[in-house]
Every structure is written in C-alpha cells, then in structure tokens.
Design a protein around this ligand. Structure first.
Ligand SMILES: [Zn+2]
Length: 204
C-alpha cells in the first residue's frame, strides 16, 4: 500500500556528502536550433549552471548524461523509430551546450550507444549505478531534458535502485508529444517519492 501524498510545493534541502548533481542531456540537438529541440529547453541551462556552482561550492560531484547514438540508431525515423536523427556520437548536435558550465572533472555517462537499443534512463545499459555506489552517493539531484523521457525514466530507475531523488523543478522541460505529458511525468515522479526542489529551496 502506498500512502498517496499531495504535492506540497518545493522542498528545502541542504547539500551534504553523498549528493550528486545529475545533468541530463543538455546537448545541442535538444536546444534551440537542434534537430529535436525541446521547447524552453535553453532556459534550463543558466539554472543548471547555478546548481553546478552550488555543488562545486560544497565539493560535491557533477555527472552529465548524454544521448550518444550510432548512425542509423533504432530511434530514428528512417529505422522506424519515433524521432528525427539526433545526438549522433561525435557530432556537434551531440555536444554539450557551450553555455553549460560543466567542471573539468564531470563524470560523463553516455547512453543508447547501441544501434538496436533505445535507452531513456541514464541507468539503462550504463555503469551509472556502479559508479554512484562506488562514490558513496545516496541522493540524486536530477535536472535537464526532457522531463517526460530521460528525466522521468532515470527517476523511475533511481527510485527502484533505492536512491533518494530530488527533481530540480526549475531545471527541467518536457517534450509534450501529448499535451500534459510533462505534468503527468512530474506527478508520477512525485508519486514515486521524488521530491521537487528549486534553487530557492537549496540552502546556502
Ligand atoms: Zn535519443
């Protein structure tokens, strides 16, 4: 039995050892001018930069995930998939946004790197879980793109794997293929026990 709790607005939180910032798919193809641009996606970049600054100030790690497809990936239209060609490994479209201020020691996690496998979750087919466990990470602070795909699926897996999760509500945007997808994704994540956090809720 789950206790259903109504969303009660953003949480407050003080960063501590065992926390990690997970910056999800801030890649050129998902931003304005990209082949699969997420509406409003550019607006999350300066917000994520502030989260990055907060984590660095506490000496806490920053991880960045990226969609990193081979040419002819199964998710592309020509292969019968739902998406235009995007984030082909090594291309400018797959590069992290130039405006994103990732620190030099960012841990980069590449996903959906096999031609015949799609992966929306940053845990799927990657070594993210083992890296986090080796680093003693318990709490994930997840922002980026897109709310209703990679953020949602990463949060689902993170909760299954027992991590505490904070969704950075001011640093995510949805694709909204169906109107309301993003809102439903946020509700599902809250229902899974993920807490909503904004910059204002992050204690100095
Ligand atoms: Zn993709």
């Amino acid at each position: 039995m789950y206790a259903v709790t109504k969303s009660t607005g953003p949480s407050h939180c003080r960063l501590q050892p065992g926390d990690v910032l997970l910056v999800t798919d801030i890649q050129n193809d998902f931003l304005s001018g990209g082949s699969l641009a997420v509406a409003g996606g550019d607006a999350v970049v300066p917000v994520l930069n502030r989260y990055i600054g907060a984590f660095l100030a506490q000496g806490l790690p920053v991880y960045a995930t990226r969609d990193w497809h081979p040419e002819g990936h199964c998710s592309f239209h020509a292969q019968g998939g739902p998406w235009p060609v995007h984030c082909v490994a090594g291309t400018q479209g797959a590069a992290f946004a130039a405006m994103l201020t990732l620190p030099p020691d960012t841990t980069v996690i590449s996903k959906a790197t096999s031609q015949d496998l799609e992966a929306y979750s940053s845990f799927q087919g990657t070594d993210l879980d083992s890296r986090l466990r080796a680093a003693g990470i318990h709490r994930l602070f997840i922002g980026g793109l897109a709310t209703d795909y990679c953020v949602l699926n990463t949060v689902r897996d993170a909760r299954k794997l027992g991590y505490e999760v904070f969704v950075l509500a001011d640093a995510i945007r949805a694709v909204d293929v169906q109107p309301g997808d993003g809102q439903r994704a946020e509700e599902e994540m809250t229902g899974l026990g993920a807490r909503r956090l904004t910059l204002e809720g992050l204690a100095a």
